[in-house]
Design a protein around this ligand. Structure first.
Ligand SMILES: O=C(O)CCC(=O)C(=O)O
Length: 229
């Protein structure tokens, strides 16, 4: 965290943390794969998503106030080229027999948009979250919900894939920093419009008050519900 006075230790070039212990503990739980997409693949996804996104307006009052300056959609049908990309995400982030939520979450943050610290609701999302970043670099910050001096920062360049699983997903909040706070250590990471394409595993258990996701849910992803920090 820039200016926090905490000791920051580099992991790989795309992950920084409050100390070697947290970096080591989360080495396989918070992963960044820079250059996961080729420029052509990035273009394929952006072009396919643009028409559906353009039909929507940016919103400033997300129902649980976790996101500011965003529009979003969920998508189950993809072109063949995009299906091949999503298959690579599956292979990189999930086990061979892991079932995924059928709807892929697409989130478009305007240049001033940002995501506040939150933990995805366990009612709607399982142990693994895998996200592709398009168009703009950004910084994702993870902070331990019980020990806030423990943190990681992930540098998400366009075309990168990030994976949060296990402890990184359950014990740490995650956020996307707003432009004026967007630093990776001392390095300024200017934010412009950013699209993310996020695959998730389903909740571990379906409880009676949490019916299985229908193919056409009444609301867009309630993954933030109930656990903003
Ligand atoms: O845009 C992203 O990559 C993260 C989205 C996110 O935090 C969420 O939907 O819970």
């Amino acid at each position: 965290m820039a200016g926090s006075g905490l000791r920051a230790v580099s992991g790989q070039g795309w992950v920084r943390g409050s100390g070697p212990a947290v970096l080591s503990r989360l080495r396989d739980a918070a992963v960044v794969r820079p250059g996961f997409l080729s420029a052509a693949e990035e273009e394929t996804l952006s072009r396919e998503l643009e028409p559906a996104l353009r039909r929507r307006r940016y919103e400033y009052d997300h129902w649980d106030a976790a996101i500011h300056g965003f529009r979003e959609t969920e998508k189950s049908r993809w072109s063949e080229a995009s299906q091949a990309i999503l298959q690579r995400v599956r292979e990189a982030a999930f086990g061979p027999n892991q079932v995924l939520l059928p709807l892929v979450h697409v989130l478009d943050l305007e240049p001033k948009g940002y995501i506040k610290p939150h933990v995805d609701s366990v009612k709607f999302c399982g142990a693994t979250i895998a996200g592709l970043s398009l168009l703009s670099s950004s910084v994702m910050r993870l902070v331990h919900t019980q020990e806030p001096t423990e943190w990681l920062e992930l540098l998400l360049e366009p075309g990168s894939l990030y994976i949060l699983r296990g402890s990184a997903r359950y014990d740490f909040s995650h956020e996307i920093l707003r432009d004026q706070d967007s630093f990776f250590g001392e390095r300024r990471i200017p934010r412009s419009r950013r699209i993310s394409v996020i695959c998730r595993s389903p909740p571990e258990e379906q409880s009676p008050d949490c019916p299985p996701q229908s193919a056409d849910p009444p609301r867009l992803p309630p993954t933030h519900q109930g656990h903003c920090v």
